[in-house]
Design a binder for this molecule. Structure first.
Ligand SMILES: C[S@@+](CC[C@H](N)C(=O)[O-])C[C@H]1O[C@@H](n2cnc3c(N)ncnc32)[C@H](O)[C@@H]1O
Length: 248
């Protein structure tokens, strides 16, 4: 919102703050154990993979020792530095890992990197797939503290990561145009409704048939459900992540 029109901007921020507070309460009530237990069943309703195949990818993730060692070290560095983090929980990362393995995602675009929890999981899956590129967008300037964007990404998969610094509002349309059809688009940047809607609407035409439009923090509002319904995308929510699949 521009300075010429401050009231709607402030109102929007107030509504967003209320939604975040409500989400905080809802998260306390949410049974994340059950959510993760049901991940494979829920994803099987959306992806072209059976529950058994999806569970096998979950087990594969659990056994990725090189990933967990590198990831745990980097998480510890961030915690020891006392940097306030808004880092996405690994349980949502696992959902993206499974999606990227099941669809053999080669080209992905993500908004909102911060320390790169999602990036690390997507890139680990790409490494197992045998290649791919994740184009990631975040605001200029870097995260708080001494770390760079994507600090959680293990060195082993960094070569598949392309960082684009800029406001998604400004850079996303051209980036999606330049990258071509994407197998996965993931929103995790500014969760205020107009921005989420902008990203969903901008990205969907670039999601390849059978590809996925994913979003974090979908429980903040009904937007993800409404958007996927309106566009005829089968979808599910696991923990705090929504997965919608573009028709073939
Ligand atoms: C919740 S954090 C992302 C967490 C990250 N996906 C992870 O896996 O840990 C939100 C990020 O979105 C970025 N962001 C906010 N507004 C943005 C915008 N308009 N364009 C691009 N990035 C934005 C912030 O700088 C911040 O790093």
């Amino acid at each position: 919102m521009t300075t010429a029109d401050p009231l709607p901007g402030r109102l929007r921020d107030a509504i967003y703050a209320l939604r975040k507070a409500r989400l905080g309460l809802e998260r306390r009530r949410l049974d994340y154990g059950r959510e993760t237990d049901e991940r494979a069943e829920r994803l099987a309703g959306v992806l072209p993979a059976s529950v058994d195949e999806l569970r096998a990818y979950e087990r594969e993730y659990e056994n990725l020792e090189w990933f967990h060692d590198a990831y745990a070290d980097r998480v510890a560095e961030i915690h020891e530095a006392g940097v306030a983090t808004d880092t996405t929980h690994w349980r949502d990362g696992v959902t993206l890992y499974v999606v990227c393995r099941a669809l053999e995602v080669e080209t992905a675009v993500e908004t909102g990197v911060l320390f790169g929890s999602f990036d690390a999981h997507i890139l680990a899956a790409m490494e197992r797939n045998g290649g791919g590129t994740l184009h990631a967008v975040d605001l200029p300037g870097g995260p708080p503290g001494r770390f760079d964007y994507g600090h959680l990404i293990p060195d082993r998969c960094r070569e598949h990561w392309e960082l684009c610094e800029g406001d998604a509002l400004a850079v996303l349309p051209d980036l999606l145009e330049a990258v071509g059809p994407v197998d996965l688009f993931l929103h995790d940047s500014d969760h205020r409704l107009p921005h989420m809607r902008f990203e969903y609407e901008t990205a969907l035409p670039h999601v390849s048939p059978g590809g996925v439009l994913a979003s974090h923090d979908v429980r903040l509002s009904r937007l993800f459900d409404r958007f996927t319904d309106a566009n005829g995308l089968p979808s599910c929510v696991v923990c705090d992540t929504g997965i919608g699949r573009q028709s073939r």
